[in-house]
Ligand binder design. Structure first.
Ligand code: S3P
Length: 184
């Protein structure tokens, strides 16, 4: 008997500034799901902003907080999960998300990401002299991880509403196919 993947949640991954939180909130509305943003949840739990966590406890500590959250997700249902841009780069995290979620990656090129993020200061990894160069390097290093998602969605020149309906459609379709396979 073939057993299809269990798909109870929808996870959004991808580089900083690709629109995971905006698209995630709208997707949650569209699907009637709860919404969680891993950065916001970590900030809520620790009572500290991400730059403070990086500055006082270091990136490795932040990554361990992300991993703890990933552990808890295996019991969740009907939730759209917007992840921090580095979450699926940590070993095992993408696989653990795929145990319960369809994973959609939002994509944009380095120049667009730079345009979208250059006036913001809440991302410690982009506070450098040459943020666009840093984005280019990190994006190239992370691309192979992002490409292992179930779905890769280009966000450039595409209205947010279109991105939302494309992912919602794919999510519903995949879930329907998975439950049909499991009923056989
Ligand atoms: C990070 C992305 C950020 C946040 C942290 C590190 C990364 O989230 O988790 O600053 O390593 O790409 P967003 O992708 O929501 O900006």
């Amino acid at each position: 008997m073939m057993v299809a993947r269990e798909i109870r949640n929808l996870a959004l991954v991808g580089f900083m500034g690709v629109g995971k939180s905006t698209v995630g909130r709208l997707l949650a509305e569209e699907l009637g799901f709860a919404f969680i943003d891993t950065d916001e949840e970590i900030e809520r739990r620790t009572g500290s902003k991400i730059p403070e966590i990086f500055a006082s406890a270091g990136e490795a500590h932040f990554r361990s907080l992300e991993s703890q959250l990933i552990d808890e997700m295996k019991d969740w249902s009907n939730t759209v999960i917007a992840t921090g841009g580095g979450l699926v780069v940590q070993p095992g995290n993408l696989e653990r998300l795929k145990e319960h979620a369809l994973v959609a990656c939002l994509w944009a090129g380095a120049h667009t990401i730079h345009q979208r993020t250059c006036h913001q200061t809440h991302r410690p990894l982009l506070q450098t002299e040459d943020p666009e160069g840093r984005i280019r390097e990190m994006l190239a290093a992370r691309e192979p991880f992002y490409r292992r998602s179930d779905l890769l969605v280009g966000t450039e020149l595409r209205p947010v509403r279109e991105i939302v309906s494309l992912i919602a459609h794919q999510f519903r379709d995949t879930r329907r196919n998975a439950s049909a396979t499991n009923e056989k």
